[in-house]
Design a protein around this ligand. Sequence first.
Ligand SMILES: Cc1cc2nc3c(=O)[nH]c(=O)nc-3n(C[C@H](O)[C@H](O)[C@H](O)COP(=O)(O)O)c2cc1C
Length: 170
Amino acid sequence: MSVLDAIKGRFSVRHYLPEPVSENDLNTIIEAARFSQSAKNLQDWKFIVVRDEKMRQKLSVAAKGQSFVAQAPVVIACCGTGIDYVMTCGQHAYNLDVAIAMENMALTAYELGLGTCWLGAFYEDQIKIVLSIPEDDVRVVGLLTIGRPSDQRPEKRRKKLDEIVRYETW
Ligand SMILES: Cc1cc2nc3c(=O)[nH]c(=O)nc-3n(C[C@H](O)[C@H](O)[C@H](O)COP(=O)(O)O)c2cc1C
């Protein structure tokens, strides 16, 4: 599978089969996060792997009742740690670093025949309580559900190239 095939084929999976993710596949997915690029190669991140059903149910509540969070056999809470570092361009690095790692995990999962969904709709304070994440100095950037999909890929709706690309100047 080419990288572009994976990028085009991946889709957000919101229904999962009741099948565990193998240890091997999980480790491969986490390896994709570990090898991700990061600003200054700081790797200021932590990935909290949640498989316990009761915990996933609590995460689902904190994610505004999105029920597939409890249905997916694995949820990874993706956290930035060095949250004060702002790059010269004015962006916080941790957001971008963790986002890259999350997408690399999503693409790797897709290559393994697994589905994922990125969640940004959650109450961070509630997620922190459920997972005992420190109140200060850590931000939860996103949740990633992982499991065997029971969804079919919908048609991808994307903007046309000429809407998003400019050459040489804006
Ligand atoms: C930063 C971010 C936050 C998202 N939050 C949610 C979410 O809370 N719940 C959800 O069901 N999907 C969420 N999504 C998935 C998007 O809705 C989805 O990626 C988009 O509609 C494109 O569809 P596709 O992933 O199937 O290509 C999120 C995606 C991103 C990148």
